[in-house]
Design a protein around this ligand. Structure first.
Ligand code: SF4
Length: 236
């Protein structure tokens, strides 16, 4: 214990300054592809059909991108890369930001509906000293009765459908649902399949989606900040 206190005093505070200050530390985000007008890419390079033609235009569906890097310019593809993490967006059918009287104490119920563990481990990192989501008033709860936000990771396996519905129904209002990761948003590489639904929104209403496979902790934190109304969305 004494040793850790001395180490802490010696190294100082290492917690990220985000959201007060942008975090540009190396490895903080895997980044994602961006299309420019000059981008000429063959959509067949993409294993999940995230890159597709719409008329004469090409577009990227981030809800299907698995960050495989095949389209990246220095990996044989042709697309440049943006290193941001503020990707989360409100869904069209969702309720928008949470209006809670207890903004400094937002409780999150995390439900894994059949993930490979990647998104879940990024969520776990939010509790470590570097991201430390408690400083922003976010806490994980095991009880749906105490939860304000339902965070779902993984494609929804049929075995988890009823459990997910029950967890959602048990939450008091106001409540919000966020789907974290490509599999939760679109089923990712697991759909179509005989064991999963194609997204969380097929089972319960989703208010916010955080693309990424897996999304880095700061992308999830940004999602929490805008969903809880603590921060205004930077893009829609
Ligand atoms: S990173 Fe991979 S999955 Fe994402 S758009 Fe590029 S090729 Fe498709």
């Amino acid at each position: 214990m004494k040793q850790w206190i001395i180490e802490g005093i010696r190294t100082g505070i290492k917690t990220t300054k985000y959201p007060k200050k942008e975090d540009t530390s190396p490895g903080i985000s895997p980044g994602r592809p961006v299309l420019t007008e000059a981008s000429k890419i063959d959509p067949s390079i993409c294993p999940t059909s995230a890159i597709r033609k719409k008329g004469k235009k090409t577009e990227i569906d981030y809800s299907r991108c698995i960050h495989c890097y095949r389209c990246k310019d220095d990996r044989g593809g042709k697309l440049s890369w943006e290193m941001s993490y503020e990707w989360a967006y409100f869904t069209k059918k969702g309720q928008g930001p949470l209006k809670s009287s207890f903004q400094s104490s937002i409780h999150i119920l995390v439900v894994d509906t059949g993930s490979c563990g990647a998104c879940l481990s990024e969520v776990e990192l939010l509790n470590n000293p570097y991201y430390n989501m408690h400083r922003l008033g976010f806490f994980v709860t095991p009880s749906p009765r105490k939860a304000d936000i339902l965070m779902v990771v993984g494609p929804v396996t049929h075995h988890m459908e009823l459990a997910l519905k029950k967890a959602f129904d048990a939450m008091p209002t106001p409540k919000r649902v966020m789907a974290v990761g490509t599999c939760a948003i679109s089923g990712g590489i697991f759909t179509p399949s005989f064991i999963t639904a194609s997204s969380v929104s097929e089972i319960i209403p989703v208010d916010l989606e955080v693309p990424g496979d897996p999304p880095p902790p700061l992308a999830i934190l940004y999602g929490l900040l805008i969903l809880s109304g603590k921060m205004k969305p930077k893009r829609q």
